[in-house]
Design a protein around this ligand. Structure first.
Ligand code: PGA
Length: 248
């Protein structure tokens, strides 16, 4: 049995006031939530969120990390720094980082390994673009993105990895994948893991991300291979985010 996980990805949206009211709003409704819930905050707000969530079941994550432990890497943030603020998770390989910041599958694999080596749980994002889907390459793209990580980390590392399937065409567009489309890719991902290790495949959480909202969350999370969601836009309003958490 896999736990349901709902993760908020705030992206580059925050201010001290907004963080305070968002986190307090989420905390006030967490009583009836059985899913594991985390919020991935921009780096400057990790400390503030750490304080706000103290003593609650809400968990904290970051949105990126550098592969190095420390050193002359101006502007970068390491896994140890993220952990220093009580964060347990970090997003790696988000499509915005792949497309806007040139992160290749090799870089994503190194970041995944750096997170695991430091004891952080990576939320490894994979997903195809609209062009790739329409040209029938969804499975090839997913396979390349996933196997590049498996090759570097080994399949055993997936005991500590959460996968997020995020079709690029569904992110921030309001064009959610249908439960059938999402379930088909989630099953493909699980089968791919199973070809290396059946037990790990059955235990690895695979979240769906891409315009998941209060209205479609229940139907998506009800699919057998969808274990929760990675939420962007709808994670910025406590009420919407809580409704998704409750669906989980
Ligand atoms: P969205 O973003 O929910 O706004 O589509 C999801 C994500 O980018 O993780």
């Amino acid at each position: 049995m896999r736990n349901t996980i709902v993760a908020g990805n705030w992206k580059m949206n925050a201010s001290k006031d907004a963080v305070k009211s968002l986190v307090n709003g989420i905390l006030s409704g967490m009583g009836d939530v059985s899913a594991e819930v985390l919020v991935c905050a921009p780096f400057p707000y990790l400390s503030q969120v750490e304080t706000l969530i103290s003593g609650s079941s809400l968990m904290l994550g970051a949105q990126n990390l550098n592969v190095n432990v420390s050193g002359a890497f101006t502007g970068e943030v390491s896994a140890e720094m993220i952990k220093d603020f009580g964060a347990k998770h970090v997003i790696v390989g988000h499509s915005e980082r792949r497309s806007l910041y040139g992160e290749t599958s090799e870089i994503v694999a190194k970041k995944t390994k750096a997170a695991i080596d430091s004891g952080l749980t990576p939320l490894l994002c994979i997903g195809e673009s609209l062009d790739q889907r329409e040209s029938g390459n969804t499975e090839a793209v997913i396979s390349e993105q996933l196997t590049t990580v498996v090759r570097l980390t080994g399949i055993e590392a997936f005991k500590n990895i959460i996968i997020a399937y995020e079709p690029v065409w569904a992110i921030g567009t309001g064009m959610t994948a249908t439960p059938e489309q999402a379930q088909a890719v989630h099953m493909f991902i699980r089968n791919l893991l199973a070809s290396s290790n059946q037990d790990i495949a059955e235990k690895t959480p695979i979240l769906y991300g891409g315009s998941m909202n209060a209205g479609n969350a229940l139907e998506l999370i009800s699919c057998p291979d969808i274990d929760g969601g990675l939420i962007g836009g709808a994670a910025l309003k406590a009420e919407d985010f809580l409704q998704i958490c409750k669906a989980g």
